[in-house]
Write a protein that binds this ligand. Structure first.
Ligand code: ACO
Length: 307
């Protein structure tokens, strides 16, 4: 059974932090950051928390027929609430029926595409889900750690998804690793509660699994890269995506990137990209888009969306 994304929306906090802003207080430079990551600026929320980003992106979806919605999923690792879930509050906010399933879940940067898999498993044909990827990572960053603070940004992207009767393949992976990417819970005493990362290990992991995942997705569908219009991967780093383009011999132009403006927004990055492409009129009916999320866990999930 397949999935169709019917609507997209996104919300980015207003406050823009440029690479030059970091130069003012850290031993770093615009040249270092942009040449290694592709990032020029990002948004850091000021008076908002993760739930605010979720609500603002969901409100912009403007869902007309709410009677088909059976599932609300919020993918985030930075929820402001341990309970109740952010997803449960959307039921009342949108005036949805009570017989819906609402779940917040954490699969870090893999969350959005993992959420697609959950939609595919849960929904019956013709039924719909609201899937949101949202993270307010700035609150988890040590502002004096130049190795991490320059990489991330805050944002949210929301989608309305419908199940159809086509085949939808997924490639899924989990590889336990506690060292590459780590963030202790707020309740852990005497330990840092900032993100820590081994950048080189993350780079190695991503450049290993992305080409293999692309190859397997194409093989499963018995198509070639010529049948693919775009590749929308988690926006971690332009060097990772450039490397993958070379390795898979896919034109780099097929890899849509907007991390120059927003940095790495974790679970939000893919729905933000899809919404930007949609708003620009780049996505047309029948197009095929490879989408892959990857991140902490380590974990990765990929699929081919048909627009
Ligand atoms: N400005 C200036 N210098 C810096 C900065 C900075 N912002 N950050 C680190 N450095 C320094 C380091 O301290 C180090 O200095 P030293 O040699 O004196 O010790 C030097 O630069 C080299 O550090 P490396 O970590 O080896 O730098 P590298 O060339 O590997 O680049 C980077 C770091 C860009 C993070 C790279 O490893 C990378 O692209 N990794 C992928 C990680 C990633 O994208 N993470 C995103 C989150 S994970 C996810 O979303 C799945």
């Amino acid at each position: 059974m397949g999935l169709k994304i019917l609507k997209t929306s996104s919300y980015l906090p207003r406050n823009v932090v440029t690479n030059n802003d970091f130069e003012k207080y850290l031993d770093t430079s615009d040249e270092w950051i942009s040449s290694r990551t592709g990032i020029k600026e990002r948004r850091f929320a000021v008076d908002e928390d993760t739930s605010d980003l979720v609500y603002k992106s969901v409100d912009k979806l403007n869902i007309e027929d709410k009677s088909k919605i059976d599932l609300i999923l919020v993918a985030t690792f930075t929820s402001d609430k341990a309970m109740p879930t952010i997803s449960s509050s959307i039921q009342k906010r949108l005036g949805l029926m009570e017989d819906i399933f609402a779940i917040d879940f954490n699969m870090a940067c893999t969350g959005f595409v993992a959420g697609l898999k959950l939609c595919e498993k849960y929904l019956d044909t013709g039924r719909q889900a609201i899937l949101i990827g949202a993270d307010l990572i700035s609150k988890t960053l040590d502002k004096n750690d130049r190795g991490t603070v320059v990489l991330f940004g805050d944002g949210a992207g929301a989608t309305l998804i419908e199940k159809n009767n086509k085949q939808q393949y997924f490639e899924i992976g989990t590889r336990s690793n506690d060292e590459c990417l780590k963030l202790n819970g707020r309740n852990i005493k005497n330990e840092s509660s900032f993100i820590s990362m081994n950048g080189k290990e993350v780079f190695r992991f991503a450049t290993e699994v992305l080409p293999v995942t692309i190859e397997k997705l194409l093989k499963e569908k018995n198509i070639t890269i010529d049948d693919i219009d775009y590749v929308v991967c988690h926006q971690a780093n332009y060097r990772i995506l450039n490397y993958v383009a070379k390795k898979t011999k896919i034109q780099v132009e097929k890899f849509y990137m907007n991390l120059d403006k927003y940095g790495n927004t974790s679970a939000a990055s893919i729905p933000i990209v899809l919404d930007e492409m949609n708003s620009k009129g780049l996505l047309k009916q029948g197009q095929r888009i490879i989408t892959i999320g990857f991140g902490a866990g380590l974990s990765w999930v990929g699929t081919i969306l048909e627009w």
